[in-house]
Design a protein around this ligand. Structure first.
Ligand SMILES: [Zn+2]
Length: 351
């Protein structure tokens, strides 16, 4: 257990004269007894370790803009302002930030759940292609986006002529990286309202990619399965891009229970290549329908408040410390297995 005494020994000078006011925005997060803050502390440790590795890779690749972007995430939620039992912070909103990613996923889940629950028999369709090397990833994704648009247009045209069904669904673009063979596997996960729609899109996908003597989409690379639990199905689809922790070879991944980190690694170069290829792209999209209530979120106005407390992140403590009282925000303790992984399993090699 950490206590204030430990911090006092570190000789930190506290700011006891907070007289200025500060601007807060949004609804804030509960300050007391809030497990989500503990999760944030854990995610910050993982994200910081990842972005440090990504900075190294970006330097090696001479991607100057990206060094800045990654540092930006390193400073994500460095300060919390607490005011009347709520805490407020600034978010970096980047895909490689575990917290910001989590918030984005929760928003998407809330937004689409009420629509999906109305669908008769939701199915999950996975569309893949032949894998590519790093330098072919961005052009491949461009081709995938164009191919899907062509499929949609074709099906809509047919449907208007009274042939073929109307297609709708939600799709997300994701990419796996295989560190063993160093290939990238960009693919779509699509939730469709029923099995027929999934089979129809699958057929069109194969047609689109296996023409003019080319063969890019094998039958065994495509998958259709019934979704038994809509919430779980949605969570599965909204991974938002790329997995930070991965098996060295996604084809030989082991079955894992929650919290099992054995054999997992963070492949910084692979992730950097994927984040670059994903830049300026909307990864999660619906097609064939629009949500009725497109309310604007986070419209809460900003307010200027005095009498607040400031909590600053201390990297050595892996926690936020109250500037005036020396209290810790979360009392977070790093799990030994995670500590081992972050120290030993971050691969920054460039290959
Ligand atoms: Zn962030």
């Amino acid at each position: 257990m950490r206590n204030i005494y430990t911090l006092a020994q570190d000789g930190t000078a506290y700011n006891t004269d907070i007289t200025k006011s500060v601007v807060i925005k949004g609804v804030g997060t509960d300050l007391k007894n809030n497990p989500s803050l503990l999760k944030r502390a854990n995610k910050k440790v993982i994200t910081n370790a990842l972005v440090m590795a990504l900075v190294d890779v970006a330097k090696e690749c001479d991607d100057k803009d990206w060094i800045k972007k990654y540092w930006n995430t390193y400073h994500c939620q460095n300060k919390f302002i607490s005011y009347k039992d709520k805490v407020y912070t600034d978010l970096c909103k980047n895909r490689w930030c575990s917290t910001c990613n989590g918030i984005r996923k929760a928003e998407l889940l809330n937004k689409y759940y009420s629509e999906l629950i109305k669908w008769e028999e939701p199915h999950l369709l996975t569309l893949t292609l032949r894998t590519v090397k790093a330098n072919q990833l961005a052009p491949r994704i461009d081709e995938m986006v164009r191919a899907f648009t062509r499929i949609k247009d074709r099906c809509n045209k047919r449907n208007r002529r009274g042939k073929g069904m109307k297609i709708k669904g939600i799709k997300s673009l994701e990419c796996n990286f295989n560190a063993t063979s160093r290939w990238y596997n960009p693919h779509y996960h699509i939730i469709t309202p029923n099995r027929q729609t999934a089979l129809y899109i699958k057929q069109e996908w194969k047609k689109e990619w296996n023409k003019n003597g080319e063969y890019n989409a094998a039958e065994k690379g495509q998958d259709v399965s019934k979704i038994r639990n809509v919430e779980k199905g949605l969570i599965e689809v909204i991974k938002y891009g790329a997995k930070m922790l991965s098996d060295p070879d996604p084809n030989k991944k082991r079955r894992r229970t929650r919290g099992d980190l054995n054999g997992l690694s963070i492949y910084a170069k692979g992730l950097h290549v994927i984040y670059k290829a994903f830049e300026h792209r909307q990864l999660f999209k619906s097609f064939g329908f629009k949500l009725k209530d497109m309310e604007i979120e986070n419209s809460t106005t900003a307010q200027s408040v005095g009498d607040y407390e400031l909590w600053k992140y201390r990297i050595d403590k892996m926690d936020w410390v109250n500037e005036s009282t020396g209290e810790y925000l979360t009392d977070y303790e790093l799990d030994v297995k995670l500590e081992y992984l972050l120290q030993n399993s971050i691969d920054t090699s460039l290959y």
